[in-house]
Ligand binder design. Structure first.
Ligand SMILES: Nc1ncnc2c1ncn2[C@@H]1O[C@H](COP(=O)(O)OP(=O)(O)OP(=O)(O)O)[C@@H](O)[C@H]1O
Length: 239
């Protein structure tokens, strides 16, 4: 997946200012940056629901084109499930829509740790459980590229751990994953980390490299160091 010189405007404002990045197949990339920096806007562009200028190639095609539509999964911050159905019924439905590409429903329920809850209506699930049902609905479609907007937000550490393990398994099976997060420590789970600020990509790196390059002891500190550095650079440019 390749992006070059990507510009996106929403309303009258330019939100992304010439972004370039690439995602290697079968890897997990973390997308990190302060609230409002443009993470969701970038994700919307990749899944084909956002107008843009620049070059974007998703699985070798334009985003949202018929050739890739069924091969790209998008887990938004909101739920995309039928609350009156059980998790298993939701998954069966999304598997049927996906057709031949669909994964085995029981296998996906196991992967996201939902087997014990599979036959209860989603309306009786907790927020975190319902979030996992929503994620499972994207997984069951067997996407080649899976884009997830803060899938671990509000989840307890154990569930988060389990989810990251399932992301890793999927990457090993060949899926390319892009995951946005506010939790810096999740960067350690990723093969590549993209740090964004104010519609620009500050760096494409790995968590250990980020620590080494900044001399910081925690990723939060490292991120602040990169942001401060970039802000100082921008001020210098104005002088
Ligand atoms: N429809 C819209 N019209 C105008 N501006 C918008 C619109 N949607 C989003 N924006 C603005 O675009 C910027 C980027 O928003 P985006 O949702 O991509 O950020 P984000 O990094 O995903 O934030 P968060 O981490 O809080 O979800 C924000 O300043 C937001 O206010």
């Amino acid at each position: 997946m390749e992006v070059a010189d990507l510009h996106v405007s929403r309303g009258r404002k330019e939100i992304l200012h010439g972004l370039g990045l690439s995602l290697a197949p079968g890897t997990v990339t973390g997308l990190l940056g302060p609230s409002g920096c443009g993470k969701t806007t970038l994700m919307r562009t990749l899944v084909g629901v956002q107008r843009y200028r620049g070059r974007v190639s998703v699985l070798g095609h334009g985003p949202g084109t018929p050739a890739v539509r069924g091969r790209v999964g998008y887990v938004t911050q909101g739920l995309v499930v039928y609350k009156d159905l059980t998790a298993r019924q939701n998954l069966r439905y999304f598997a049927r829509v996906a057709g031949a590409r669909a994964r085995d429903v029981q296998e996906v329920l196991d992967l996201v740790g939902l087997t014990a809850l599979a036959d209860r209506p989603v309306s009786s699930c907790s927020g975190g459980e319902a979030g996992r049902v929503s994620l499972a609905c994207a997984l069951v479609a067997g996407p080649d590229l899976l884009v997830m907007d803060e899938p671990t937000v509000g989840l307890d550490p154990l569930t988060r751990e389990e989810l990251w393990e399932s992301f890793r398994t999927m990457a090993q099976e060949g899926t390319t994953l892009l995951v946005s997060s506010h939790v810096m420590d999740e960067a350690f789970r990723c093969d590549q980390v993209l740090l964004m600020r104010e519609g620009r990509l500050l760096t494409s790196t790995t968590a250990p490299e980020l620590l080494e390059d900044t001399g910081a002891t925690t990723l939060d500190e490292a991120f602040l160091a990169v942001i401060t550095h970039s802000a100082e650079g921008a001020k210098e440019d104005l002088r």
